[in-house]
Design a protein around this ligand. Sequence first.
Ligand code: AMP
Ligand code: MG
Length: 403
Amino acid sequence: MISYEQARQVVVEEVGAKIGPRPTERLSVWDAIGRVLAKDVLADREYPPFDRSTRDGYAVRASEARTAAQSRCAGEIKAGDTVTQPLTAGTCVQVMTGAAVPAGADAVVMIEHTQRDGESVRFERDAAAGQNIVWRGSEVTAGQTLLASGTRLGYVELGLAAQVGAVELTCARKPRVAILSTGDEVVLADQTPGPFQIRNSNSVSLAAQVRLAGGEPVVLGNAADTVKDLRAKIVLGLREDALVLSGGVSMGKYDLVETVLKELGTEFFFDAVAIRPGKPAVFGKCGETFVFGLPGNPVSTMVTFELFAVPALDLLGGTQARPLALLGATLTEAMTENPGLTHFLPARVEWPNGKAEVKPLRWQGSGDIATLAQANCFLVVPSDKGALARGESVSVMMRRDLA
Ligand code: AMP
Ligand code: MG
């Protein structure tokens, strides 16, 4: 059985190698948070566009602004003012933060380090050439590529796009992800379940995970545990970029998902991973659609989506697969797990003294969403570790939605 790291590698390689050209769309910078750029953004001019003061103070020749020296203030430049006059010897000019520094000046002295008396300015310390000035073009040259195609747009990237006037961005279309839950025991979340039925929570959590991963969920409801119903609904899902199924991939008599996928011509890349929860997870490709068959217990579904579907959605969304963001933490209590599988256990990480400490939560296994809701991370117990001691260094996978 392959490890979760190998399984992720398989996903990245298969999707990376078999993905077709991705459609694009134009979006306003106001609407593009979290989206992926499909066309480079270039600098429209150099930045800063003029020699810029970073302080409120006096533009000077550094050689003249010595401790106890005096200078005549020849004027004032506000942010946005047009500057034409160079600085003349023996004078300084009052400048505001963000204002242009006149030619001839090579330093700005902070107002806090001066004494003003009428037109006369007295310096309280020596100025150094270049201080408090950002020179024209020193941040960005004109025409420079600032954001490359494939970049995920966060608030920083959107601010940068706005700075250079790129108010319309060409972005990759969101990958469309069909979501199909399976199981005779499952009713819609807005229905009242019978005493031995359960509500379909997986479709809701999966849709949320798809959105968080930058995809567009297409919810197909629930299929009964029959070949006929599964086939009909899986076929609908095969119209999308990816299909994520929950349930029906274990060894039970009514776990028919793999059978139906096989019959429809699916090429399987793996059909089990050495993890708990989530061991029976399946990944393949049917026609043009990448297919994930995830086990139905809600925590298994959630963990396997994070581990295996998220990198696929990154690639389908036009960007690189993000690495799994594992964090180091100190275990607050000893614990034992069966070796042979990598465990992903609900846990809480806190930073009591500025250092990460993680405490595993007591839970009832992979059906226990209530305990997972108390967790902010999954504690990763490596497959070769039967016992972990208190104080040991471990890895945690933060919940992406809370991080
Ligand atoms: P399965 O992987 O089909 O064997 O499902 C395992 C268990 O997961 C089932 O017995 C249910 O308790 C639970 N389950 C399956 N599908 C869902 C769903 N859509 N929503 C919530 N729980 C589910
Ligand atoms: Mg089932």
